[in-house]
Write a protein that binds this ligand. Structure first.
Ligand SMILES: Cc1ncc(C[n+]2csc(CCOP(=O)(O)OP(=O)(O)O)c2C)c(N)n1
Ligand SMILES: [Mg+2]
Length: 671
């Protein structure tokens, strides 16, 4: 057992480093970091199990941070275990540094998740805990049973609505591999918390099925005892509510206490307040970037313990692998990040089917061929057709993770963040479905998946006003334009941050799913129709969908006009082209499942498909902006510019001009 005095000294060391980083950067958040130092220090010096020599070890415990503004606390802690140098700490928030203002996932550096948008980080942790349970059940590797997901949440994360979803899921699934610490310091950015929350948080979490412990979060002995108890809880997730002091140890310029003060939330302590604070904590304000000798020893001892812990666990894993060579090989493949091998010839599509049904046909094959896939739905599986997958497996439930379907309930953002957490954990391929209009509830998570370059699959059905009778609340119009912006936004590797595919018919849906499964480095969005869609003309070369846009079979040589669309509008163009041909107009039809992918092709390909000088007409059930960039100034786009209306979809097609006749009319107008 470590001496409490040494633990307190180490926590003070973290406080000094965190406050000094912010002081040097002249911006950042010292207060929360100083209050949370005791918990993170006890966790890392006594509980978090990992292999110092193998950061990506699959069986490691994981630490998920929710309040990304507490980056200085995390970086300082990681400096104590050798993941950051003291020089790097001094580069907080600077260009090109490994210490950005909010942490970005980097497993080699010990950062499991990107955090910043409050609420998401802890939900990623819940997703990771689901993945660990799934892997334990599906591989039998004993290491996954021993893995603990530690989560750190603050007032902001608890206030975010997603915390209700995350807590509900963890409770209903009985995630006893979760230990969440709530840094309850009664202070937030602009007010004391009592101004905006006065519920009984412990009772709330208990009601949601958690075991709750309440302690002083700045007392190392109480933290240790609470972690012991939390780890021992069976069948439930555990929450440790630690009352902490914002800016613990901070002093003002005049030497009076600067603790529990909103001002330390998001600004350097400043000048003499900084000097007084560092002196008070036992540091040297002239040279604060130091790790104390006893703290070095504490972590050197822990590193030795960890070597032994990891060696023992890895020996257990090796014994399991020897006894289960096939499962071990499968597990290695699952964690390789490589695309799974899929026999696509097994997918049977029905002619004229809705693309959501076509997606179900694919999912039913994936359920058989991709044993590490987890598919989720926000209570719409029979509508978004993720039930194609569900029919071949069963839902995950408390105590039984042998299934592969995650029933998320009506909680789209929670579902998306859980899927992201699964992807962060590694070893599984998550996908989640709901209606496209509700992608609005998921966008913040899509952005995080895109930033972290995680291959989560988003399945969005009921892709247009053809939801019909449900009316404008359910009719996506601007959603496609919104989500396609993510195709234009580049990730840290210079790639389109998201792949967005809206296939034109059943067989193109198989291709879209193939692209989604082969895309291992960004999220993929699949936008699918509710209604049936006529097949593209016979002889269509669907493989070309991988180029983002391609010429549909039956197109004329030397066209007078090029008609382009994605999704079901392509078949409307095909019908319109028939009328135009009766007038002797030569027509090329281009299916554009992904503008982003198309714009990533060589210029000569793009020019061959959409040559300059040929008039172009676009048809989209979304905002015209979806196609305006491809059509150019001399063409035109027929799209939707209203929220839509409640009526049977065939009536809407007529009223809104999504007919062969209107295509004919509009094209004639530009020729
Ligand atoms: C979704 C989201 N909304 C707003 C913010 C801006 N913000 C950052 S920290 C914070 C207050 C958080 O308070 P708390 O979690 O108690 O942190 P503490 O002040 O205790 O460090 C806010 C509003 C954010 N990061 N994410
Ligand atoms: Mg707070």
């Amino acid at each position: 057992m470590n001496d409490i005095k040494v633990l307190n000294h180490a926590a003070d060391n973290i406080r000094i480093l965190a406050a000094s980083m912010v002081e040097k950067a002249k911006s950042g958040h010292p207060g929360g970091a100083m209050g949370g130092a005791d918990f993170i220090n006890v966790l890392y010096s006594e509980y978090l199990n990992y292999d110092p020599a193998d950061p990506a070890w699959v069986g490691r415990d994981r630490f998920f941070l929710d309040p990304g503004h507490m980056a200085p606390m995390l970086y300082s802690q990681l400096a104590l275990i050798g993941k950051f140098s003291l020089d790097e700490l001094q580069q907080l928030r600077q260009w090109g540094s490994p210490t950005p203002g909010h942490p970005e996932a980097d497993i080699q550096r010990g950062i499991e998740n990107t955090s910043g948008p409050l609420g998401q980080g802890h939900t990623f942790g819940i997703g990771a805990a689901i993945a660990a349970k799934f892997l334990a059940a599906h591989t039998g590797n004993p290491t996954f049973e021993k893995e603990t997901i530690y989560i750190y949440i603050s007032d902001g994360g608890v206030q975010e609505e997603i915390s209700q979803g995350a807590a509900r899921i963890a409770g209903i699934l009985g995630l006893d591999n979760v230990v969440m610490f709530y840094d309850s310091n009664d202070i937030q950015l602009s007010t004391e918390t009592k101004v905006v929350m006065n519920e009984d948080t412990a009772a709330k979490y208990r009601a949601l099925g958690w075991e709750v412990f309440e302690i002083c979060g700045n007392d190392a002995a109480q933290i240790r005892e609470a972690i012991e108890k939390a780890k021992a809880v069976k069948g439930k997730p555990a929450l440790i509510i630690g009352k902490t002091i914002m800016g613990k140890g901070a002093l003002k310029e005049d030497g009076s206490s600067y603790e529990a003060n909103c001002k330390t939330h998001g600004a350097p302590l400043g000048g003499n307040a900084f000097v007084n604070t560092i002196n008070h904590l036992g540091g040297n304000p002239e040279n604060p970037f130091v790790i104390f000798d006893d703290v070095k020893e504490l972590y050197a001892r822990r590193a030795e313990e960890l070597k032994a812990i990891a060696a023992k666990r890895k020996a257990e894993e090796a014994a399991w692998a020897t006894a289960n060579p096939e499962k071990a090989a499968a597990q290695a493949e699952w964690f390789s990040g490589k695309a799974p091998k899929i026999d696509w010839t097994k997918v049977q599509q029905k002619s004229g089917d809705a693309t959501r049904n076509a997606s179900a046909a694919v999912l039913s094959v994936l359920a058989e061929q991709v044993p590490n896939m987890i598919v989720a739905s926000a209570d719409l599986s029979n509508s978004d057709k993720t039930d194609g997958f569900l029919k071949k497996t069963h839902a995950l439930k408390a105590g039984d993770f042998s299934g592969a379907f995650f029933q998320a309930g009506v909680a789209e953002l929670t579902m998306a963040c859980c899927c992201i957490g699964m992807a962060l954990h590694g070893g599984v391929i998550p996908a989640c479905g709901t209606f496209f209009v509700f992608s609005d509830y998921m966008k913040p998570a899509v952005r995080m998946a895109a930033l972290m370059e995680l291959p989560v699959k988003f399945i969005w059905t009921h892709d247009a006003f053809r939801v019909g009778e449900d009316g404008p609340t359910h009719e996506p119009v601007e959603q496609e334009a919104q989500i396609r912006l993510m195709e234009k936004l580049k990730n840290h590797h210079g790639k389109n941050s998201t792949l967005v595919l809206r296939p034109a018919d059943a067989v193109e849906t198989t291709e879209a799913w193939r692209l989604a499964m082969e895309n291992t480095c960004t999220p993929t969005a699949l936008i699918l129709s509710r209604q049936n869609i006529a097949d593209l003309p016979a002889g269509n070369d669907y493989k070309q969908a991988e180029r983002g846009a391609y010429i549909v079979a039956g197109s004329d040589e030397n066209p007078d006009v090029i008609l382009l669309a994605s999704g079901s509008e392509v078949s409307t163009l095909v019908a319109g082209a028939e009328l135009l041909r009766q007038d002797g107009v030569k027509v090329r039809i281009v299916s554009v499942p992904s503008e982003g992918l198309f714009r990533s092709q060589p210029k000569d390909y793009q020019q061959a498909i959409l040559p300059a000088g040929v008039k172009k007409f676009g048809l989209t059930a979304g905002l015209p902006v979806n196609l305006e960039g491809l059509v150019g100034a001399d063409g035109s786009v027929w799209g939707l510019q209203s929220f839509g209306f409640s009526a049977p979809y065939k009536v809407l097609d007529e009223k809104l001009g999504f007919t062969a006749e209107n295509v004919y009319k509009q094209v004639k107008a530009i020729l």
